[in-house]
Design a protein around this ligand. Sequence first.
Ligand code: ADP
Ligand code: ZN
Length: 298
Amino acid sequence: MKLFGAIEAGGTKFVCLVGTDPQHVQEESRFPTTTPAETLSQVVEFFKRAASGRNLISIGIGCFGPLDLDQQSPTFGSITSTPKPGWANTRILTMLQNALHVPVAIDTDVNAAALAEYTWGAAQNVDSCIYLTIGTGIGGGGIINNAPLHGLVHPEMGHIRLPHDRQTDPFEGICPFHGDCFEGLACGPALQKRWGQPAETLPENHPAWELEAHYIALALCDYICTLSPKRIILGGGVMQKQSLFPLIRKNVLQSLNGYVQSPEILENIDEYIQPPALGSRAGVLGALALAQFGWENS
Ligand code: ADP
Ligand code: ZN
């Protein structure tokens, strides 16, 4: 029986598993993200043990970034300029490939999550989608024409610039690079700094939510007008606030103002913009889908 491996490489924890699909996971383990040497040796140990006596075909990594995903680059498959201490310039792909002797595929955590939702979740019946996570930071990935979205580097959907009316929202933003980019205005820590309390403690009727939905909707309108995705999936800690969904949908319709003439948006927006069907499993299952996708397309 063919088995695939998956690694969700996150800034706080790593999740590893072997299996074939969400219903068939044979083994799974998680460890905190410490140093690359310590964490990656735990990853290697896990796969050596889990693969023993089994037919492990390939491994996928959905990784925090930024990443070098240029196949021609000598440092392909490395984490590049992360502020995470010790992890900048970590050659995660090469290290794992050399230690485990199986093909390893790598992509951003959000491209992986998009691939998981496209393969097994909320975007199964469409050939393109975007997955956006709104949590400690904001990141987005996507599937376009049935393949993960790549370009010069990889999309940085959290760092787009949005109209920012400083009369109604004087908050300067917290992005260390741009101040008031989308992430700077709307990630979880931005909510905490603007309103003086963690996002999860802000009450239902707090004006924070209308403003948050306004910024998220502006960003979604930009993605709709540039990438034309057939579905948008919103995950991450801040989107645990379920009441954001109807506010975001209303703001998207208002902002587009009837211009994008698609029944998917005009008549079916509840399905068009939705939470991840795989919930918090989207990341690690995305890595599993990536292992299979890389293998099928190699
Ligand atoms: P990460 O992005 O590091 O993976 P999360 O996706 O869990 O982490 O996002 C963490 C952020 O989500 C924090 O800023 C936190 O304040 C916010 N958050 C967590 N739960 C909720 C909630 N129920 N409502 C709104 N915000 C929340
Ligand atoms: Zn930024």
